[in-house]
Design a protein. Structure first.
Length: 218
């Protein structure tokens, strides 16, 4: 799949489901203590680092969670409808329409970046471009948190969140994600692989969470 077709497919799908997606997942973190623990560890690392970009923020629930943890977080998402929902749900928080493959951010502009399941629709061959952009916008010493589906498969969705849609979902091996992050210049320093919980079985499988950082200047 080309970059333009994947971006178009993803934008159309999430524009379609934005309101229902936000409602269905609004309280999802409440029942996921390990996920919250990784967000809390990330928050501790970046709390004094300046602005933090939640890339692929959707309706802004993780952005808002990070702000509640004392992080100066803002959100970027491909879907204008998702951004509209985020702005309504979290007034006063900065949300912008944008693509993870070509961010409208200056080099070394942020002290942290989050990819919270936002690469699950990215074809594996385009992941290096996403990770290179994350590296570009991170300040030296800045931290990255990525959450992803663990496995090695692609599934096409024709329906989701109560709507007809067309969307590919990718599961990626942890060693592949670690290798690609390393090639982008990011150092992985913590990994969590957890089993699926009751809300995720049997379709989702294991879930992966990596903390990485951009080395500082010598």
């Amino acid at each position: 799949m080309t970059e333009s077709s994947y971006l178009h497919e993803t934008r159309v799908a999430y524009d379609t489901v934005a309101a229902d997606y936000a409602e269905l997942l609004r309280d999802e973190l409440d029942g996921k203590p390990l996920d919250r623990a990784m967000l809390a560890a990330f928050a501790e690392l970046v709390r004094e680092a300046g602005e933090v970009a939640d890339l692929g923020c959707g309706p802004g629930r993780v952005t808002a969670h990070l702000r509640a943890l004392g992080v100066d977080a803002f959100g970027v998402d491909l879907s204008p409808e998702m951004i509209s929902v985020a702005r309504r749900s979290h007034p006063g928080v900065r949300f912008e329409v944008g693509s993870m493959t070509a961010l409208d951010l200056a080099d070394e502009a942020v002290g942290g970046a989050v990819l919270w399941y936002s690469t699950v629709h990215t074809p594996p061959e385009l992941l290096p471009k996403v990770f290179a952009e994350a590296h570009r916008v991170l300040a030296p010493g800045g931290h990255l948190l990525i959450a992803f589906k663990v496995g090695d498969q692609r599934r096409h969705l024709s329906r989701g969140y109560g709507h007809e849609l067309s969307l590919d979902v990718y599961w990626n091996p942890p060693e592949q994600i670690a290798e690609l992050l390393g090639k982008a210049g990011l150092v992985v320093d913590a990994r969590l692989i957890r089993e699926p919980d009751a809300s995720e079985r049997p379709r989702s499988g294991q879930q992966g969470f990596f903390l990485a950082y951009k080395p500082g200047r010598d």
